[in-house]
Design a protein around this ligand. Structure first.
Ligand code: I24
Ligand code: DGL
Length: 285
């Protein structure tokens, strides 16, 4: 295994770029390949069985790209599919839930922890279970915030509408004495200033995605697979199942200076790793 192989990131859409941004910052030497299933986003409201199926399709696509590690950047996908994908792959597979949990358990002083996420993530109970497994005495309050992803995706995440909806939605958490709140969704870092304001400065917010890159870094060292070639510039490639123009627009803005030319691919059906067809609508880098 050569260390130059890329780290694969999968997500339901563009939200996983919040995790990639951390990866570029914390691991600037690593090559990255990202696949966002924008055509079928959001995963949050979908039944677990369907999310597992979609996550497998994305995984199979990236395995063909010879990745050395897989990061499931989507909380909803991690919640329902991580265990079975991890079991079947020989490369290390990292989800966003355990790293977020670890940081929360470390941060809490009163053992009152809050978790916010999509309907799918909260319904799975994965965060709650992961926290309780570590600290059985912890009290976990999970809250689905189905309105938050649409606020971000409609570009309203800095608006007064966002403030009102976030305040209303988080009301059930206000009377709990939580001192730590896990942002269990790729999109929530964009609402972080508003969430912090609503919850108060005494509540520590945990960004699951950012915590995940710490774990990726640790695993690269543990398996001795970090990219040791410090002379070449890191390579970033992006794939989307939806519009490349829209993907590139959001990714360029989010990842600042980075040029992004994503490629369109089709997922779905019973395609195997060997027969999956790539449609290059934009040009190859
Ligand atoms: N943010 C996200 N998804 C979108 C969006 C957004 N539109 C505006 N902003 N759209 O996720 C999703 C649907 N699209 C995706 C592309 O293909 C077609 C369908 C959060 C992204 C987090 C990195 C707001 C916005 C932006 C630029 C940067 C960040 C951001 F326009 F939140
Ligand atoms: N990526 C998803 C998550 O982190 C949010 C968007 C969606 O619902 O697909 O849970």
């Amino acid at each position: 295994m050569t260390n130059k192989q890329p780290i694969g990131f999968i997500d339901s859409g563009v939200g996983g770029l919040t995790v990639v941004k951390e990866a570029i910052k914390q691991l600037p030497n690593e090559n990255i390949i990202y696949l966002g299933d924008t055509a079928r986003c959001p995963y949050g409201p979908r039944p677990a069985k369907q999310v597992i199926e979609y996550t497998w399709e994305m995984t199979r696509f990236l395995l063909r790209k010879n990745i050395k590690m897989l990061v499931i950047a989507c909380n909803t996908a991690t919640a329902v599919a991580l265990d079975e994908i991890k079991k079947q792959l020989v490369i290390p597979v990292v989800g966003v839930i355990l790293p977020g949990t670890r940081a929360a358990v470390k941060s809490t002083k009163n053992l009152q922890i809050g978790v916010i996420g999509t309907a799918g993530t909260v319904k799975s109970g994965s965060y709650k279970q992961a926290i309780i497994t570590k600290v059985p005495e912890a009290a976990v309050t999970s809250l689905a915030c189905p309105k938050f992803v649409p606020i971000v995706e409609s570009n309203q995440f800095q608006s007064s509408v966002a403030k009102k909806i976030v305040a209303e939605t988080l009301l059930p958490l206000k009377n709990k004495k939580i001192d730590t709140l896990i942002l269990g969704c790729t999109h929530y870092p964009l609402l972080r200033p508003i969430i912090q304001n609503v919850m108060g400065q005494n509540v520590k917010l945990i960004d699951s995605g950012a915590e995940t890159i710490g774990e990726v870094s640790m695993l690269l060292d543990y398996f001795d697979i970090a990219n040791t070639d410090t002379l070449s510039k890191a390579d970033y490639s992006f794939y989307t199942t939806g519009s490349t123009v829209m993907f590139d627009g959001i990714a360029k803005e989010w990842l600042a200076a980075l040029p992004v030319y994503s490629k369109h691919i089709e997922l779905g059906g019973s395609q195997s790793c060997d027969t999956m067809v790539e449609k290059h609508i934009t040009y190859d880098q």
